[in-house]
Design a protein. Structure first.
Lengths: 112, 112
């Protein structure tokens, strides 16, 4: 089993739709969780951290379920500019930078 | 301008040649990382550095060499390039471990 798994998609959704991505991780000791966004042929950029209580940033909501070892990203009112690949990132230990694992990414296309 | 820069943006080299990819950051971040990104594998850590003169292997270090004589520079050298090293290489830096990764714009390397 891979350490971090994501549905590769692609997810093709119309503008204004709500879309959700899930990510599962295998290491129950993981402490830090993030979502990154990567546009085609560009570098990944931090979208948001994921906190235990869940957190929201505008149209984006991140949730963490430690018991089931998955995190989710919900995008409401999708915009064309949301088209990108979304990477789930998990860290094994709080200070273990060598165990930062990037998921393979989920591709999103928002269609007019 | 402040930031993290990689050079060259594109590179074509022949099998067996030595090639060095450059990474420079102006934030004085302690941590620097080299990743490669390939279809189907996501981002994989090659080497990382916690500070000047401190480097360590990541997930896929074979065939690569790094050095960090100065905090701001973290070059990656392919000692004898192979076709399997054709990839997009991203350098990243952070203040502390996994938190707040910032990536460079990447180097697209083709080994023929």
């Amino acid at each position: 089993r891979k350490e971090v798994e994501q549905d590769p998609g692609p997810f093709n959704v119309p503008e204004g739709a709500t879309v959700a991505f899930n990510c599962t991780y295998s290491n129950s000791a993981s402490q830090s969780f993030f979502w990154y966004r990567q546009d085609c042929r560009k570098e990944p950029k931090l979208l948001m951290s994921v906190y235990s209580s869940g957190n929201e940033d505008g149209r984006f909501t991140a949730q963490l379920n430690r018991a089931s070892q998955y995190i989710s990203l919900l995008i409401r009112d999708s915009k064309l500019s949301d088209s990108a690949t979304y990477l789930c990132v998990v860290n094994g230990r709080a200070t273990s930078y060598d165990k930062v694992i990037f998921g393979p990414g989920t591709s999103l296309s928002v269609i007019p | 301008d402040a930031g993290i820069t990689q050079s060259p943006r594109y590179k074509i080299t022949e099998t067996g040649r030595q090639v060095t990819l450059m990474c420079h950051q102006t934030w004085s971040h302690s941590y620097m990382f080299w990743y490669r990104q390939d279809l189907g594998h996501g981002l994989r850590l090659i080497y990382y550095s916690a500070a000047a003169d401190i480097t360590d292997k990541g997930e896929v270090p074979d065939g690569y060499v790094v050095s960090r004589s100065k905090t701001e520079n973290f070059p990656l050298t392919l000692e004898s390039a192979t076709r399997s090293q054709t990839s997009v290489y991203f350098c990243a830096s952070s203040v502390q471990g996994v938190h707040g990764y910032t990536f460079g714009s990447g180097t697209r390397l083709t080994v023929v």
